[in-house]
Design a protein around this ligand. Structure first.
Ligand SMILES: [Zn+2]
Length: 366
């Protein structure tokens, strides 16, 4: 499939592209501020529309569109060209563009709604940062609940698993874990890519198991059970809930810092006040930088949860060799970096390095 060294090359290129993308985003926001472009943009918006929310929408849309255009080549390289070259993706450009357009519309609409909420609050209360963090928290809970029913079907066709024997095995495993599911569904990932995964999504009566068809095609039943047992571990531990709380705490800290820096920015950038739409690039710059500082914290937390889910899977299936075989297969299909540099793992990885997961399953110190 892949030559040795491919995984390292692929991940090195991915990291470079992601860092360039991040830097281009910051540079664009900085450019808007120091050249006075954002002031001009806000004045233009004010001459077109009287309502504050319309002015905010015009400025936000211009900034977002500019960013999308500037980073479009990077998105194409990192999201299509590169994974195609390494055999991970075989989705035609047209289908990939359609998926990206859907994601951009969804992300753009949510992003715009977020900006409007923040500016609406900025106008009415000095405690806007606290209120915004609360609104974002409630919204992230809603999104997590609705994601499997509203977002996943936008990108995948789901069909019930056509293998009754495997279905019975997986549902039994879920019952043993105390996470009863109503059914097993297969998502048509192979249409796009060779990467494999499984998920347990939904709550209560909508809880279902979703397997990528790449998983059902390539993995033996015991290996699929191991992958599923890991996902069940997340449910048993309430990791979704924990993740939302940690994310909420990080966003509260981000907004608290943003409040201080936005007040300073009023003076630095000659804004009419904190709610002046001309300050939007500054607010975006501050939030982006502070949120980036929180990424390693979030990842450290996530790696701890992943380790625990692995331990749970091994205790539930008592089949370390199937677990290790599944990890090896996933590594091959997903072109995983088996042993990234420790610093890279600490900063950027939400999962423990693959070699560490395998060593732990063998009962070795990892
Ligand atoms: Zn996991």
């Amino acid at each position: 499939m892949n030559a040795p060294g491919d995984a390292a090359r692929y991940h090195r290129l991915r990291l470079i592209l992601a860092l360039v993308d991040f830097a281009v985003g910051l540079a664009w926001l900085g450019l808007l501020l120091v050249t006075g472009l954002s002031r001009g943009l806000a004045d233009l918006a004010a001459s077109w529309a009287a309502a504050w929310w319309a002015q905010v929408a015009i400025v936000a849309a211009a900034i977002g569109l500019g960013h999308a255009l500037l980073t479009a080549p990077l998105a194409w390289l990192g999201g299509w060209r590169l994974p195609r070259r390494f055999g991970l993706l075989h989705q035609p450009l047209r289908g990939w563009l359609a998926d990206r357009a859907k994601a951009a519309l969804l992300g753009g609409a949510l992003g715009l709604a977020a900006v409007e909420v923040v500016y609406g609050l900025l106008r009415v209360t000095p405690l806007w940062w606290l209120a915004a963090a609360a609104v974002f928290f409630v919204f992230s809970v809603l999104l997590a609940a609705l994601f499997p029913v509203m977002v996943v079907p936008l990108f995948y066709r789901l069909k019930p698993l056509a293998d009754p024997e495997l279905e019975a095995r997986l549902l039994t495993l879920a019952r043993r874990a105390g996470v009863p599911a109503v059914g097993v569904w297969v998502a048509d990932q192979s249409r796009k890519s060779r990467t494999a995964n499984a998920a347990v999504v939904g709550l209560g009566r909508t809880r279902r198991i979703i397997l990528f068809d790449t998983l059902t095609a390539e993995f033996g039943p015991a290996e699929i059970e191991s992958v599923l047992a890991h996902e069940l571990g997340h449910h048993v531990h309430g990791d979704m809930r924990r993740g939302l709380v940690v994310q909420g705490a990080l966003s509260l800290a981000t907004f608290a810092l943003a409040r201080v820096l936005l007040d300073l920015g009023v003076e630095w950038w000659g804004l009419a006040g904190p709610a002046d739409p001309a300050g939007l690039p500054w607010l975006a710059l501050v939030v982006t930088l502070v949120a980036a500082l929180g990424v390693p914290l979030g990842n450290a937390f996530s790696r701890a949860l992943e380790r625990r889910a692995d331990d749970y899977a091994l205790a539930l299936t008592r089949d370390p060799s199937a677990f290790i075989a599944a990890m090896e297969r996933l590594a091959g299909l997903n072109l995983a970096e088996r042993r990234p540099h420790r610093l890279k793992e600490v900063l950027f990885h939400s999962h423990p390095a693959l070699d560490r997961r395998i060593a732990r399953a063998r009962g070795e110190a990892a």
